[in-house]
Design a protein around this ligand. Structure first.
Ligand SMILES: [Cu+2]
Length: 207
C-alpha cells in the first residue's frame, strides 16, 4: 500500500485505509462486546435469564454513527469516481486493443507497441477495445481498472506521477492464457517519450 504512482493513487489509498480502520474498529468492538456478554450472562454467573428492554438513546446512536460513516465512504468514493470519469481536454489519446492473450497500444501517429510508453505528468486517455471476449485493463500501481468489452468503446484516464516501469495486467479471466496478459507501462520523461514515439515507426516488440 501507498506505493501508488498516479494522480488517483492517493485518493484511492486514503479511502481504502479509512474503510479498513472503520472495519477493524467495529470488528474488535463487536467481537469484544460479544465475548464480554457471553461471559457476563452465561448460565453459571446468571442462572436466571435477565430481561432487557429497548433503549432509544442506544438505538439512535448505533443507527446514526454507522449511517454517517457509510455516507462519508459514499461521498469520498463518489468524489474519486467523478475525478476518474472527468477526462481532461488536453489528454493524449492512445488506442488500446485487448485480445486473447495480449495488449497492444496504438499512438496517434500510427506507432504500435506491446508496451505502453507514456510521458510523466501528462494526462493520458486510453480508448479500450476488445477483439474477442471480456478483458479488464488493470494497472495496480495507478489504482485504475476498467473492463474491456467487444464492440464497445470504453475509456480510462490517468496521469503518471513518477518515472518508472509498472505492471499492466488483465483482471478478468479471459481463457486459457489469461495470465499471459502481463505487460509493462513505461513512464518516461517528455523528451524520452518524443524520442521513442518519433524514433521509429516499426512495431515495437519489447516487453
Ligand atoms: Cu484478458
Amino acid at each position: 500500500m501507498f506505493n501508488g504512482a498516479s494522480n488517483f493513487s492517493h485518493d484511492v489509498d486514503s479511502l481504502f485505509l479509512f474503510t479498513l480502520i472503520v472495519s477493524v474498529f467495529f470488528l474488535v468492538l463487536i467481537t469484544g462486546l460479544m465475548i464480554y456478554f457471553v461471559i457476563k450472562y452465561n448460565r453459571k454467573r446468571n442462572p436466571k435469564a435477565t430481561n432487557f428492554h429497548g433503549s432509544t438513546k442506544l438505538e439512535i446512536t448505533w443507527t446514526l454513527i454507522p449511517t454517517i460513516l457509510v455516507l462519508i465512504m459514499f461521498w469520498w468514493g463518489w468524489k474519486g469516481y467523478s475525478k476518474m470519469s472527468d477526462i481532461p481536454e488536453n489528454a493524449m489519446t492512445i488506442d488500446v486493443t485487448a485480445q486473447m492473450w495480449s495488449w497492444s497500444f496504438k499512438y496517434a501517429n500510427g506507432k504500435v507497441s506491446d508496451s505502453l510508453y507514456v510521458p510523466v505528468d501528462k494526462p493520458i486517455v486510453l480508448n479500450l477495445q476488445s477483439m474477442d471476449v471480456v478483458h479488464a485493463f488493470y494497472i495496480p500501481a495507478f489504482r485504475i481498472k476498467k473492463d474491456v468489452f467487444p464492440k464497445q468503446n470504453r475509456v480510462v484516464w490517468f496521469e503518471a506521477d513518477e518515472i518508472g516501469d509498472y505492471d499492466i495486467a488483465c483482471a478478468e479471466y479471459c481463457g486459457l492464457n489469461h495470465s499471459y496478459m502481463y505487460n509493462k507501462i513505461k513512464v518516461v520523461s517528455e523528451d524520452d517519450f518524443s524520442n521513442w514515439l518519433y524514433g521509429s515507426f516499426d512495431t515495437e516488440t519489447t516487453k
